[in-house]
Design a protein around this ligand. Structure first.
Ligand SMILES: Nc1ncnc2c1ncn2[C@@H]1O[C@H](COP(=O)(O)OP(=O)(O)OP(=O)(O)O)[C@@H](O)[C@H]1O
Ligand SMILES: Cc1ncc(C[n+]2csc(CCOP(=O)(O)O)c2C)c(N)n1
Ligand SMILES: [Mg+2]
Ligand SMILES: [Mg+2]
Ligand SMILES: [Mg+2]
Length: 367
């Protein structure tokens, strides 16, 4: 980035402005962008819920995989997804942007504006107000970090540690599309062409990769269920296997996933078959789906599924929670396998009822 100073860039990127003192009741923002810090008023009876996530050029995106707008949209969406995973309502966001300043940098004021258009579009869609951020230069790579501040009804956040033996495991959507979209983009070495210009058959996979949607509404339904109906909740950033392991470890339980119940889109199945890959590998280990995986008390699972249907959505029941170390005694083969499996943990059950330990595998920045 050259030809514009830091302060002009901040003004340009945030030209929509944050509401400041104009509408504090609606947005809760008393002081937005422009002072040393933002000042917000939390709602009465709420807990504050905060998280941040970073996207790094070359690690989370390449020029071939994402358009500038998509990078911004996805940075906001993946950060908001952690609010959904807590059953929280996102309210405010801060954006930390680090831009390569060297002569070789490909980032211009125009490309950064597109990235910010994506950030703001996603924030607007989920009722989140950008109240500040930070802008710095770097030698080589662009990074964008979004911090989200949300609210949950007091003591009603949905935690990874709340799964109980007997619970049913659910997910909020088909898995593996994003990883397949990435696989396709990297394999095909395609330029970052607009989604509208892609063939119909691959569009949904690429869209899932570039423009994930945080499942804020699903999180809200789960959080508004009677206390204790929803057990644990997590969002799927690193792959279903990895996220299920996080719940299992935090809750001290064993999670059993039924392989044939894991929802796969027809597009994924078709793509995997053409690429000679098992579609379950994309779903279990790919990541960046930003769907939710959670548990619900067994006797309330049907009622929860019905609540989603009333809201025009659905959940897929994909397994169950067992006590750590418990095993299916009727299946000798499974028992032998499980004896070797670390407990708590996650197992994958085939349609024939055979359970195998599911490796704690998925996206890991340092593995
Ligand atoms: N550098 C860090 N310093 C302090 N806490 C951290 C740091 N990195 C992560 N954490 C904390 O560790 C926990 C797990 O973080 P992690 O990033 O794995 O979860 P996530 O954001 O849901 O997953 P993902 O980043 O894959 O979307 C969170 O409580 C997070 O705040
Ligand atoms: C060019 C390119 N190569 C690989 C990937 C895949 N990828 C990167 S980070 C991540 C997990 C989520 O991130 P985090 O854990 O940081 O929240 C995944 C699945 C990609 N998106 N782009
Ligand atoms: Mg994180
Ligand atoms: Mg998360
Ligand atoms: Mg991760």
């Amino acid at each position: 980035m050259r030809g514009m100073d830091e302060f002009a860039l901040i003004r340009l990127l945030n030209r929509r402005g944050s509401p400041g003192t104009g509408r504090p009741n609606e947005t809760g923002v008393k002081t937005g962008i422009g002072d040393d810090a933002a000042v917000m008023k939390p709602s009465a009876g709420s807990d504050i819920v905060v998280s941040c996530d970073t996207m790094v050029e070359t690690v989370h995106f390449l020029p071939e995989t994402m358009q500038h707008y998509d990078i911004g949209y996805k940075a906001m969406a993946s950060s908001l997804s952690d609010m959904a995973a807590m059953g929280a309502r996102p309210r405010w966001a801060l954006i930390a942007l680090t831009v390569p300043s060297g002569p070789s940098g490909t980032w211009t004021a125009e490309s950064l504006q597109e990235l910010y258009d994506g950030l703001y579009a996603c924030a607007d869609r989920y009722g989140t107000v950008v109240v500040g951020g930070d802008t710095t230069s770097s030698k080589s790579l662009l990074t964008v970090t979004v911090t989200v501040i949300g609210e949950a009804d007091e003591d009603r956040s949905l935690l990874r540690s709340s799964a109980l033996p007997g619970d049913i495991v659910f997910v909020t959507g088909p898995l593996g599309n994003s990883a397949a979209g990435l696989h396709l983009l990297l394999k095909a070495g395609r330029p970052a062409v607009p989604i509208e210009d892609m063939e119909e058959t691959v569009r949904s996979l690429v869209l899932a990769h570039r423009r994930p949607e945080p499942r804020i509404d699903a999180g809200a339904i789960l959080a508004s269920s009677e206390a204790g109906v929803c057990g644990a909740l997590n969002d799927i950033s690193d792959g279903l296997a990895s996220e299920a392991w996080e719940i299992a470890e935090a809750s001290g339980v064993r999670i059993v996933l039924d392989e044939e119940r894991i929802p796969l889109s027809p597009e994924l199945t078709r793509y995997a078959s053409a690429a000679g890959r098992d579609p379950h590998d994309f779903a279990l280990y790919g990541g960046e789906d930003y769907e939710l995986v959670g548990t619900v008390r067994r006797e309330r699972a049907a009622e929860l599924a019905a609540r989603f249907e009333v809201a025009g959505k659905r959940i897929w029941l994909v397994g169950e929670v067992a006590a750590a170390g418990a095993m299916n005694k009727t299946d000798k083969g499974a028992a032998a396998n499980l004896e070797r499996a670390p407990m708590p943990g996650v197992t994958l059950r085939s349609s024939a009822g055979v359970e195998k330990p599911l490796p704690k595998k998925g996206y890991n920045h340092f593995a």
